[in-house]
Design a protein around this ligand. Structure first.
Ligand SMILES: NC(=O)c1ccc[n+]([C@@H]2O[C@H](COP(=O)([O-])OP(=O)(O)OC[C@H]3O[C@@H](n4cnc5c(N)ncnc54)[C@H](O)[C@@H]3O)[C@@H](O)[C@H]2O)c1
Length: 314
């Protein structure tokens, strides 16, 4: 089995590749198509440096016939908002180009697309049902909404066997802050636990729909293995998550990291971030995903403990 992972050098992509290498249907080869070198090293990995807006790079990555494609490469929310043309070009035009590359294979590979809760916005019920219309309030959300529709349409036509995994916001993400508007969702735990100052740019009662990296990766591997016949007409699945407020996250930080860690987080109000993040839903009805075997974290304390344990072990 040949698996292609676009954006495979990124935070989720590199973890996904590691997990796929150890999965029960272990692949013969994994192609990582990214603008930078794949950090995971294994004889089965082929690291291709290139862009997903390059038809030749796509053809080389798909080769004679990829069985499964994970499309993770994207311009994230903060950059998409500031660089309108770049965001839509990579998130929409290049996604279509990749789908066209898959179509040309004529084997309808499994195509797993990582979408986001940013496809929603405007007035929303407390718990978002599967049937809620998309109303994105950011360029990133618009790009993801169009990507979702394209995956659905290419699946309807039988060009790919598509599945859209709408991911919660992932925390705690190790490393440095990134260009996502939601970067603080990791930053308010990671930085203070590392002894550094951090800022919470949204009101404390802001509800966030989140997942740990481990759970998201387990769900993406599962997405490659399930029978898509169970999805019916709707190829989009809201991935399970848990709801926490920014204030509850800081309480967990204090409980597990101590008062000093909590005191390192300043409360700031940043309108640019509030406008994007506060337009996102805080909870979803994920009964369909759950019935298909997708899983969620138990609670936020467990996620912070997981991060603390990893920090102590490093
Ligand atoms: N992390 C989250 O909280 C979250 C939540 C919802 C959805 N997602 C989605 O999951 C996917 C992965 O997110 P991540 O957090 O790992 O992001 P990331 O920025 O860590 O990784 C993205 C990778 O894509 C690569 N890339 C960007 N443009 C490219 C291009 N033109 N050609 C080839 N490679 C390119 C980057 O070099 C990077 O390695 C994205 O599609 C993102 O929208 C992430």
């Amino acid at each position: 089995m040949r698996i292609v992972v676009t954006g495979g050098a990124g935070f989720l992509g590199s973890r996904l590749i590691e997990a796929l290498l150890g999965a029960k249907t272990s692949p013969d080869s994994i192609v990582c198509l990214d603008r930078v070198e794949c950090p995971v090293k294994d004889a089965r990995i082929e690291s291709m440096i290139g862009s997903i807006d390059d038809e030749k790079a796509i053809a080389a990555a798909l080769g004679e016939g990829a069985d499964r494609v994970y499309h993770l490469a994207a311009v994230l929310s903060g950059q998409s908002e500031e660089e309108f043309d770049t965001g839509l070009h990579i998130n929409v035009d290049a996604t279509r180009l990749l789908l066209e590359g898959c179509r040309a294979l004529k084997t309808a590979p499994r195509f797993i697309y990582t979408s986001s809760l940013a496809v929603f916005g405007g007035p929303m019920p407390e718990v978002v049902p599967e049937t809620l219309a998309r109303l994105p309030q950011s360029s990133y959300g618009v790009g993801k909404a169009i990507g979702e529709l394209l995956v659905g349409e290419y699946s309807r036509k039988g060009f790919v066997d598509g599945m859209v995994c709408r991911l919660p916001t992932i925390t705690v993400r190790p490393g440095k802050p990134n260009s996502a508007a939601s970067s603080f969702v990791s930053g308010i735990i990671r930085e203070p636990m590392n002894g550094e100052e951090s800022a919470c740019p949204v009101p404390l009662d802001t509800r966030l729909w989140i997942s740990s990296p481990d759970i998201v990766i387990a769900n993406l591997v599962h997405a490659g293995e399930i029978d898509t016949g169970a999805l019916g007409l709707n190829r989009v699945l809201d991935m399970p998550g848990i709801t926490v407020t920014a204030g509850e996250m800081l309480l967990s930080l204090e409980k597990i990291g101590g008062r000093d860690a909590r005191d390192r987080v300043a409360l700031t109000n940043e309108q640019r971030i509030i406008d994007i993040v506060c337009s996102w839903p805080g909870a979803f009805d994920v009964s369909r995903a759950t019935s298909l075997g997708f899983v969620a974290d138990s609670d936020f304390d467990a996620i912070v403990r997981q991060y603390k344990a990893a920090l102590m072990a490093s």
